[in-house]
Design a protein around this ligand. Structure first.
Ligand SMILES: Nc1ncnc2c1ncn2[C@@H]1O[C@H](COP(=O)(O)OP(=O)(O)O)[C@@H](O)[C@H]1O
Ligand SMILES: [Mg+2]
Length: 261
């Protein structure tokens, strides 16, 4: 059974960094889906889609629209064909699909709905699928995925983040998004005192990602986060969280044991 793992939270809390980093320790075959139009996950993994001549969902939707295909009953067939031909980046380590940036006026409804329609078939055959969300709450209302096995919520040390979690849970209830496991993760800007507050707030508090100057540096230079030294603070934190999950949750996702050791 494919395992769907999602990270969400407010902007700048470290969602994309977290997705890039945990995916290194997950068992293959692995698929990453970037639902953020800003597509920063690619940069964090060192993937240059243009150079690789891989397109995005937003681009193929726009192409179909321009050729008048949108009014056609065959829209989804055209989309699927274009998607499978052009939008999957494949490598030995992982496959990657991105929603992508829209370059014209208007909302992302069609691109989001198209990706939503593609996901159920796309994820079949992968052991783990990691989905990186855009900032905020709207993607939940859009219900791009309706069931997640593991939901990681990244939280910074602000009252806004705490309120965000409450709103998020309420929306998910309202639009009927379900999950098996909920993990609250403190972002790198937490100090001990505020972390305690988060611990008290939720029984699902998993732990903290430590501040790591290498993450800043790699992100600045566009170096893949998978190449961070294993003893780098962020790597050590992610490995600690994954080991905690292995210890506490019996039906956890499959990891690459050799890398966690
Ligand atoms: N553990 C960390 N240590 C230091 N900086 C980090 C860490 N995690 C993320 N960052 C930095 O925080 C910023 C936001 O991270 P990002 O993953 O893009 O957040 P989000 O996807 O939630 O918007 C980036 O500049 C990133 O380099
Ligand atoms: Mg992001």
């Amino acid at each position: 059974m494919t395992r769907v793992i999602v990270s969400t939270g407010r902007g700048g809390t470290g969602k994309s960094t977290f997705c890039a980093m945990i995916s290194k320790y997950l068992a293959p075959p692995l698929l990453l889906i970037d639902v953020d139009p800003d597509q920063s996950l690619c940069d964090m993994l060192g993937v240059d889609l243009e150079k690789e001549e891989v397109s995005t969902v937003s681009n193929v939707v726009s192409d179909i629209k321009q050729t008048g295909g949108l009014s056609s009953r065959l829209y989804f067939d055209d989309l699927e064909t274009a998607f499978y031909q052009n939008c999957i980046y494949k490598s030995e380590k992982f496959d990657l699909v991105t929603l992508g940036t829209k370059w014209t006026e208007g909302c992302y409804c069609l691109a989001d709905n198209s990706l939503k329609g593609i996901i159920p078939k796309l994820i079949r055959g992968y052991e783990n699928v990691v989905i990186d969300s855009p900032a905020g709450l709207e993607h939940l209302n859009r219900r791009v995925v309706s069931h997640m096995n593991d939901l990681f919520v990244l939280s910074d040390s602000s009252l806004k983040s705490m309120k965000h979690i409450e709103r998020m849970k309420r929306i998910m209830e309202g639009v009927k998004i379900t999950y098996d496991y909920f993990y609250l993760v403190a972002s790198h800007d937490f100090n001990g005192e505020v972390e305690e507050c988060l611990q008290n707030l939720s029984q699902h508090y998993l732990g903290k990602i430590d501040y790591d100057v290498n993450v800043k540096d790699y992100n600045l230079k566009g170096k893949p986060l998978w190449d961070l030294p294993e003893d780098s603070p962020a790597c050590l934190s992610v490995k600690k969280l994954l080991k905690r999950i292995q210890e506490t949750d019996t039906n956890h996702f499959q990891v690459r044991e050799e890398l966690l050791a």
